[in-house]
Design a protein around this ligand. Structure first.
Ligand SMILES: [Zn+2]
Length: 114
């Protein structure tokens, strides 16, 4: 496995540095051992239910510029495995997509393919 792609929203409450630090440890002895972690960190965005505006959120409850705190979250809470890149076909691992969207899922996928 060459690369593992993750999408961790900035409002997901996950410390990306901690994930980067832990990844080599949980990956050891699995098909993702030695793989590079590529992390995409989408910003928090929401759609205001009062005025309909789309706005950026630095924190989970950042209000709309109109003052409303009633909103629908659009992005920023994702916690997904978005892809795997393989070194070559037939190296013992099959292409995979998705996962259940959690860090535990990442480790589970890795273990089940050992
Ligand atoms: Zn608004």
């Amino acid at each position: 496995m060459r690369r593992v792609h993750l999408r961790i929203g900035r409002l997901a409450g996950v410390m990306v540095d901690a994930v980067r630090f832990c990844f080599p440890l949980v990956a050891e002895g699995t098909v993702v051992e030695g793989a590079e972690l590529v992390v995409e960190e989408p910003e928090g965005r929401a759609s205001c239910l009062a005025c309909g505006a789309e706005f950026v959120q630095d924190a989970p409850f950042t209000p709309c510029p109109c003052g409303s705190r009633r909103f629908r979250r659009l992005t920023g809470e994702e916690l997904l495995v978005t892809g795997f890149e393989l070194v070559e076909a037939g190296a013992g691992a099959a292409p995979a997509e998705g996962g259940d969207g959690s860090c535990a899922g990442t480790a589970a996928v890795a273990r089940e393919r050992r």
